[in-house]
Design a protein around this ligand. Structure first.
Ligand code: 3PG
Length: 307
């Protein structure tokens, strides 16, 4: 019998787990659950007899793949797959997939929510500002960037987007201003929202030059990955620009210093929670189990990311 492991250190909503179990059992698959685990050894043990694994931000590295002797497919229920060692997966003949777009509305709502929270002085009772009429730059225009644009336009923001992988017409059709360079994006935007993946090209790429060129008051919103921001430069910008705020879904490594020195100018979620809604969990979880069934039953590898 095909065994599917749902390994989520940060568990899905119960409803999503219920749907995953239902689809698995309809396909005649056995499903096992490893939630809220704290030790890697628990994951190493749980993957031993799994034919398929569904994960979130759980790390699937060479050690995990070595332990997963029967594994044929790992599906990251979400967008970013920087937590999977793709080369090691290919070496082990394991197909790696993601479920693009399934949690993007939840992440977009968090980005906008954090912007409002900061614009209103973190609801401290003092006079804040509005999003209407402000400029917003989207650094990448994938599923999340597109959703942020649509919500921000509803708020009356002027939206710009930079994305070398998306055709200009596609961005302009959405009523968003296309910009040709990252320099132009940061120079134009009081708010910049990051939607780039974490990879060799993007890690530490959000630097002093970009952040210091933003018009006042400047707010950087990061619901992507903390690793894409150069933290040494981030701290320098905090010092040089009293108008600068940083809102991030998960704390940067330099959080303690920011908290100590720059009160009121930051907000960090305690745990990555962009995709932490029941709706996003159901969408991503259902997509993941359906992709697994389609893979085993029809050889469908449409969402494979380790080609
Ligand atoms: C993603 O890449 O899909 C998001 O960052 C969500 O990650 P999570 O599933 O760990 O919440």
């Amino acid at each position: 019998m095909t065994k599917v492991l749902l390994a989520t250190e940060k568990p899905f909503a119960a409803e999503a787990v219920g749907y995953i179990k239902e689809i698995a059992s309809q396909a005649g698959y056995e499903i096992s659950l490893l939630e809220k685990y704290t030790e890697k050894s628990d994951l190493l043990k749980a993957v031993e007899d799994a034919d398929a694994v569904i994960i979130r931000s759980d790390i699937v590295d060479a050690e995990v793949l070595d332990a997963a002797k029967k594994l044929k497919i790992v599906v990251r229920a979400g967008a970013g797959y920087d937590n999977i060692d793709l080369a090691a997966a290919s070496k082990h003949n394991v197909v790696a997939m993601n479920t693009p777009g399934q949690n993007s509305n939840a992440v977009a709502e968090l980005a906008i929510g954090m912007m409002i929270f900061q614009a209103r002085k973190q609801f401290n009772g003092k006079s804040g500002s509005e999003l209407k009429g402000k400029t917003l730059g989207l650094h990448a225009y994938g599923n999340v960037g597109k959703s942020v644009a649509s919500i921000a336009k509803g708020f009356g923001m002027e939206v710009f987007a930079f994305d070398p992988y998306i055709p200009r017409e596609q961005i302009e059709t959405d009523g968003v201003n296309w910009v040709a360079t990252t320099d132009e994006l940061y120079t134009k935007s009081q708010y910049v929202s990051l939607h780039i993946p974490a990879n060799a090209e993007t890690r530490n790429s959000i630097n002093y030059q970009y952040l210091s060129s933003m018009p006042k008051p400047a707010t950087l919103v990061n619901t992507a990955r903390k690793e894409v921001v150069n933290e040494e430069d981030l701290l320098k910008v905090f010092v040089d620009r009293p108008d600068f705020s940083y809102l991030s879904d998960v704390e940067p490594a330099c959080a303690a210093e920011i908290k100590e020195k720059f009160s009121g100018r930051y907000f960090f979620t305690p745990k990555k929670m962009g995709a932490q809604t029941e709706e996003a969990n159901v969408n991503a979880g259902l997509a993941a189990i359906k992709q697994i069934v389609n893979f085993f039953e029809k050889g469908d590898v449409r969402f494979q990311v380790n080609k």
